[in-house]
Design a protein around this ligand. Structure first.
Ligand SMILES: C[S@@+](CC[C@H](N)C(=O)[O-])C[C@H]1O[C@@H](n2cnc3c(N)ncnc32)[C@H](O)[C@@H]1O
Length: 281
C-alpha cells in the first residue's frame, strides 16, 4: 500500500514520551525539545516500510527477532550525520601542533593512537589520519599510527569504510592535502589506500563505553555528538573518555560542549578557540 505523505498523525504526548524514552535510553540522544525532528524521522522510516501506526512501529523496533535490524534502519533516519573534512579548523591546527610536539617528547611511545568518537561518514577520522601521516612523514620518523573510528550508526560506517566522496566534499581541503591524500576521478574522490588502511571503523555506542576495549589514546577527538545529550549523561561519557587517554594525551571537544564539566585526571588547555583537555599523568 502506498499512503500519502500527510496521513501520519502527529505524535500524541504519550507516544512522544514512549519514543523519546526509548531513543534516549538506547542512544543518549535527547529529543525532549525536538518533537518535530523525532516525528519526521519516524515518519520517514514508517513510510519506507508501509507502517501507519506509531504503536505498531514501536512493537516492530522492540521485537526480539528482527527488531535489531529495524533499529539500525531507524538510526539511519534519526541520527544527524553532518560532517566534513577538517571541520573545526582551530581544533585541527591545534592537533597538528600537538602531534608534532608529542613526537619530539620523551612521552611519545612507539605509536600514535587517535580516536574519532562519533565519526559519521568518515571525514573526521580520515582528516586525523592525514594529520598524523603529515606529521610522521614530515619528521622522517618511522613511527606507527592508527585511527580508531566509532559511531552508533552502521549505515554511516559502511559509507565511511568506502572512503569515497563526491568532489564537492573536498571544498575545505587545501590543494596540497588533496594532492597527497585523494585520487580524484570524474566519479568521485577516493581517499588513498595508505590513509584508508590506518583507519579502523567499529560500531560503538558511547553510552556503553565500558564494553569497548579501547585505551592508551594519544588523541581522543569527540565533536558534535555530546550536544545532543543531557548534561549528566555527557559528563558520564567524558569521564569515561579521559580514562582512555595516555598520560599527557589530549581530549578535543567542540567549543562549548563541556560546560560545567571537570575531571581531576585532566586539565583544560589554555586556548580561546579550542576546547581541549590534557591528561595530567
Ligand atoms: C553530527 S555527527 C558528528 C560527526 C563528526 N564528529 C563531526 O563533528 O563532524 C554526529 C554523529 O554522532 C553519532 N552518534 C549519535 N549518538 C551516538 C552514540 N550514542 N554513540 C556513538 N555515536 C553516536 C551519529 O550517528 C552521528 O554520526
Amino acid at each position: 500500500m502506498v499512503w500519502p505523505f500527510n496521513v501520519l498523525p502527529p505524535l500524541t504526548d504519550e507516544e512522544f514520551k514512549q519514543w523519546q524514552t526509548l531513543l534516549e535510553d538506547r542512544t543518549g540522544i535527547s529529543f525532549e525539545r525536538h518533537k518535530i525532528i523525532l516525528q519526521t524521522g519516524l515518519g520517514q522510516r514508517m513510510r519506507e516500510i508501509d507502517c501507519a501506526n506509531y504503536d505498531d512501529y514501536y512493537r516492530i523496533v522492540c521485537l526480539n527477532k528482527g527488531g535489531a535490524l529495524e533499529w539500525e534502519a531507524l538510526l539511519r533516519t534519526l541520527t544527524v550525520k553532518e560532517t566534513r573534512f577538517f571541520r573545526d579548523e582551530d581544533a585541527i591546527e591545534f592537533v597538528r601542533k600537538y602531534l608534532f610536539k608529542r613526537m619530539l617528547s620523551k612521552d611519545s611511545g612507539r605509536s600514535l593512537e587517535l580516536w574519532s568518537v562519533a565519526c559519521s561518514t568518515g571525514e573526521e577520522p580520515y582528516s586525523l589520519a592525514m594529520l598524523a601521516n603529515d606529521c610522521i612523514e614530515g619528521m622522517g620518523a618511522k613511527k606507527f599510527y592508527g585511527v580508531m573510528a566509532t559511531d552508533i550508526c552502521q549505515a554511516s560506517l559502511s559509507e565511511a569504510r568506502k572512503g569515497r566522496y563526491p568532489p564537492r566534499r573536498l571544498e575545505f581541503v587545501d590543494t596540497g592535502m588533496q594532492g597527497r591524500y585523494f585520487n580524484v576521478t570524474e566519479s568521485g574522490c577516493q581517499v588513498v589506500e595508505k590513509i584508508k588502511n590506518r583507519v579502523c571503523f567499529v560500531q560503538a555506542n558511547i553510552i556503553e563505553l565500558e564494553n569497548l576495549p579501547v585505551s592508551d589514546m594519544d588523541v581522543i577527538y569527540c565533536q558534535n555528538v555530546l550536544i545532543y545529550f543531557k548534561s549528566w549523561r555527557r559528563n558520564e561519557v567524558l569521564d569515561e573518555l579521559v580514562k582512555r587517554l595516555k598520560p599527557k594525551g589530549l581530549l578535543v571537544l567542540g567549543m562549548g560542549e563541556a560546560v560545567g564539566w571537570s575531571n581531576a585526571m585532566v586539565e583544560r588547555v589554555k586556548n580561546d578557540s579550542v576546547q581541549a583537555y590534557q591528561r595530567i599523568a
